[in-house]
Design a protein around this ligand. Structure first.
Ligand SMILES: [Zn+2]
Ligand SMILES: [Zn+2]
Length: 284
């Protein structure tokens, strides 16, 4: 059986491996195809795809977009087969990134108003060229002696219940699905098991997303137990959505997750491709 991994992250977002290295690691792991799905960016796709050529492994252009819905927490939407050079696609992503940096400024202002000596520049420096995120801010708060550890930084200040927390400006999940479709790419709901929804709520959610162009659902994922995977595969068949899967490999930030684990059959990639051309029903 061909094995693939349709969910990985590189240093272009929050992974520890450069995008040009992942294809070689995937080849080494015996995979026949790999997708790069960095958070809210396609910056790693060009070096990734050219390394796929070099490593002689099928490369799939991807992204993972953060969105919000009516229940708490983020909803992640994967997108596949977009053209990474599409200027309009990049422009729209940049717009989302800018919304994020306004939010960062506001969090810093809140911390300053609490009497903490901290600047946005220091936070950016701490990120060292990565997408500026809250873990970097937590590290900075620890370095400054404001907090003892990450737990305190998130609990007191910058976690969702913290006093300096500002929610992200995010697309709704329906908007994220439409955005991906608009650029002829295939939207897939990422790791639905993490949403902790009951089956009926999840089914209704998937149906609403399908009405807006959802192509698939990530059934196999390193955080799904067997029961969840089986339930999701049944739902995917029933709703005629392409089942997909991936490890969500990040490298050192998630040391327990290995590339290509759990196993994902290569036929899932064919099903996803077929969903783009509207022939989904024929393949499964
Ligand atoms: Zn995710
Ligand atoms: Zn991910």
């Amino acid at each position: 059986m061909n094995r693939i991994d349709l969910h990985t992250h590189s240093t272009a977002s929050d992974g520890s491996n450069p995008p040009g290295k992942l294809p070689f690691m995937a080849k080494e792991a015996g995979l026949s195809a790999i997708a790069l799905t960095d958070h809210d960016t396609v910056a790693g796709l060009e070096p990734f795809l050219s390394a796929c050529n070099e490593a002689e492994i099928e490369g799939v252009a991807g992204i993972e977009i953060s969105s919000r819905w009516h229940f708490p927490g983020e909803v992640h939407v994967l997108g596949y087969f977009m053209n990474p050079k599409d200027r309009d696609f990049r422009k729209r992503l940049e717009f989302l990134q800018n919304a994020r940096s306004d939010r960062n400024g506001e969090m810093i202002r809140k911390l300053q108003s609490l009497g903490i000596d901290i600047t946005l520049e220091e936070w950016q420096q701490e990120a060292g060229g990565e997408i500026v995120g809250r873990p970097h801010l937590a590290r900075l708060l620890i370095e400054k002696g404001v907090c003892r550890d990450m737990r305190e930084a998130f609990g007191r200040f910058i976690g969702t219940d913290g006093i300096a927390f500002v929610p992200k400006e995010k697309l709704t999940t329906v908007e994220a699905v439409r955005f991906i479709r608009e650029f002829s790419a295939a939207p897939v709901l990422a790791h639905p098991g993490l949403l902790k929804l009951d089956t009926a709520t999840l089914r209704d959610f998937l149906l609403e997303l399908k009405d807006n162009g959802l192509a698939g659902v990530e059934c196999i994922h390193s955080d799904h137990d067997e029961k969840t995977t089986i339930k999701l595969l049944e739902l995917a068949v029933r709703l005629q959505l392409a089942p997909t899967g991936g490890s969500d490999f990040h490298g050192t930030p998630k040391p327990h997750v290995r590339l290509g684990v759990p196993e994902v059959p290569g036929s899932y990639l064919d099903g996803l491709k077929a969903s783009l051309s509207g022939r989904a029903e024929e393949t499964f």
